[in-house]
Design a protein around this ligand. Structure first.
Ligand code: UD1
Length: 419
């Protein structure tokens, strides 16, 4: 397994290009199941999760071409099989996103239940209840969700008891081909959902209320081809903002959009980081010391749970204390013991952690159990004295394109050791 070695203490400066968003690309790829295509996605990132979704769609019978040099994914054809096998779904929970499109277009789907994951139990009940409201029957058999709607889906009013990104996306896609009108109330408002809705409309769907928590979908008979640019990755942008800030540097995040970052800019400013919007990006600078700042994760436009670990790394070297509360996932502090191995002072109980800033972290061998936890260790390593080796790099490769190259290009001392 590859490892990443970082020797800390270098100030980052220069330009960091932001890739297309992983969490937008995955549902957009699943949306290809709703049409004969072709669906052409541009600004596509080159990531392990993208390869996994491509493999899943090929298993279902689609043709998927990923031209990495051109950053373009072309998807065409229709599903010949409706089974998403356990072997792929267990690798990537977002595989569940094929469920809605398959039932909507083919009247049937068999998708392995994702099971647990490193950051919590993460049920899919909202996806299933929503599909039932649209008229599908749902059964569980041998670890698989069996969904059927032989006569097609019918529009309905669905009120989500809890905000869910994935359930909103699954039902949004399913509703495009349902008979009549569907209303999704208390829908998630993450920018990736807006991106999906825009693309579906380009394919011929009739979705209103984009960007709000109430999406209204008038079903259509079929969807056609489209070409759509994937939005820039707000989490990657936020992560690099923290990387620049933790080293006291200055850089431009090329392509990043401030509005997509939700509460992250406000929180970073409170912590002593300067951010300004440019025509094609965001400038980040940290001129003085970092200030301990409290944060609570929330659905968009609140502070993203996917930024919690990175912000915690930053707070490890801030002046004063910071209380970090995780409200989205129940088990998302696995980076804490690893950060403590690097000299961080953190106490946590339940959903909250108190971070007491220290003047310096020190390099250590560390490992992580999920994507954002791994990257928080890279951030800590950039500011630490001495050398840090991060193992289990495959977590990083799921969601950060060429991270060591992007960081080295702005002055970090970082390299990948291949096994
Ligand atoms: C998506 C993102 C992930 C991010 C998360 C929250 C993708 C591919 N992944 O994950 O990076 O961390 O949003 O912003 O876009 N829940 C239920 N029942 C359900 C579905 C969800 O109880 O049927 C709960 C979850 O356990 C969690 C909360 O709702 O506590 C939010 O989860 P959700 O928004 O669905 O996350 P994902 O779509 O899986």
């Amino acid at each position: 397994m590859d490892r990443i070695v970082v020797r800390g203490g270098r100030r980052l400066s220069g330009v960091i290009p932001i890739s297309g968003a992983k969490n937008a690309a995955l549902p957009l790829m699943a949306a290809a199941l709703l049409t004969e295509g072709p669906l052409v996605l541009t600004n596509a990132p080159d990531l392990a999760d993208i390869a996994t979704m491509a493999a899943l769609l090929r298993t279902l019978g689609l043709t998927v071409e990923h031209d990495k040099a051109a950053r373009r994914i072309t998807l065409r054809g229709s599903a010949r099989d409706v089974t998403a096998p356990y072997d792929i779904v267990r690798k990537m929970r977002a595989s569940i996103l094929v469920l809605g499109p398959l039932v909507a277009r083919h009247g049937r789907a068999r998708v392995s239940l994702p099971g647990g994951c490193a950051i919590g139990t993460r049920p899919v009940d909202l996806h299933l209840k929503g599909l039932e409201a649209l008229g599908a029957t749902i059964a569980l058999d041998g670890g698989y969700i069996e969904a059927a709607a032989p006569k097609g889906l019918t529009g309905a009013r669905i009120v989500f008891p809890k905000v869910s990104v994935g359930a909103t996306e699954n039902l949004l896609m399913a509703a495009t081909l349902a008979r009549g009108r569907t209303e999704l109330v208390n829908a998630a408002r993450e920018p990736e959902i807006g991106d999906l809705a825009e693309c579906l409309n380009e394919m011929g769907a009739r979705i209103g209320g984009i960007g709000t928590d109430r999406l209204v979908i008038e079903g259509v008979d079929s969807l056609g081809p489209a070409e759509h640019p994937i939005i820039p990755d707000r989490i990657e942008a936020g992560t690099y903002a923290c990387a620049v800030a933790i080293t006291g540097g200055e850089a431009v995040l090329k392509g990043a959009r401030m509005a997509d970052l939700g509460a992250v800019p406000r929180t970073l400013r409170e912590a002593g980081v300067e951010l300004s919007e440019l025509r094609d990006g965001v400038r980040v600078r940290r001129p003085n010391g970092l200030i301990g700042t409290d944060v609570m994760t929330e659905p968009f436009p609140g502070f993203a749970t996917d930024m919690q670990a990175q912000f915690m790394a930053l707070m490890c070297v801030a002046e004063g204390a910071s209380m970090i509360t995780e409200t989205i996932f129940e088990n998302r502090f696995m980076h804490v013991p690893e950060l403590m191995r690097m000299g961080a002072r953190i106490n946590y109980h339940g959903a909250s952690a108190i971070v007491r800033g220290v003047p310096k972290l020190s390099g250590a061998p560390v490992m992580a159990t999920d994507l954002r936890a791994s990257v928080s260790l890279i951030l800590a390593a950039l500011a630490a004295e001495g050398q840090t080796t991060v193992s289990r790099v495959y977590h990083l490769d799921r969601g950060y394109e060429a991270i060591e190259r992007k960081l080295a290009a702005v002055g970090a001392d970082i390299e990948r050791l291949r096994d």
